[in-house]
Design a protein around this ligand. Sequence first.
Ligand code: HEC
Length: 121
Amino acid sequence: MKKEIFAATLAMGLVTAPMAFADTAKGEALFNDKGAAKCPVCHAFGKKVVGPDLNGVGKLHTKPWIVKWLTDTQGTWTANDPETADLKKRQNKETKPKPAHMTPKLTEAQAGDIADFLMTK
Ligand code: HEC
């Protein structure tokens, strides 16, 4: 019995691990694609560019928040959930009405892949 559970867990791990890796790699490629997502124009890991340093961003945000931010920045800004309120505070933008963020239209799936990548940071 124990052996079977172990085998099943192992099999599941073998199936899910490469899938998770694929999403992260896709997200990283999208992030760095200067023609498409344009993230590196404003973001780097380890230093501030136009936007905040994204090192440690996986600890500041949840995946759903990142997907929402990338697909509906103004909506996220207006809804002002605790993660957004914290971002405004850190960016010292509490009194400014609009986010500086402009990302090209990303599909939910693309935003999800980028979020998977950022959650590893
Ligand atoms: C034109 C510059 C610009 C581009 C392009 C851009 N960002 Fe940003 N980003 C910002 C700024 C500035 C902020 C801080 C919020 C604000 O001022 O609107 C931010 C905030 C963020 C945050 C929240 C960071 C935190 O500390 O909480 C994440 C995550 C993020 N951006 C991801 C991305 C990703 C992924 C892309 C590419 C799809 C991208 N950004 C493209 C400028 C940019």
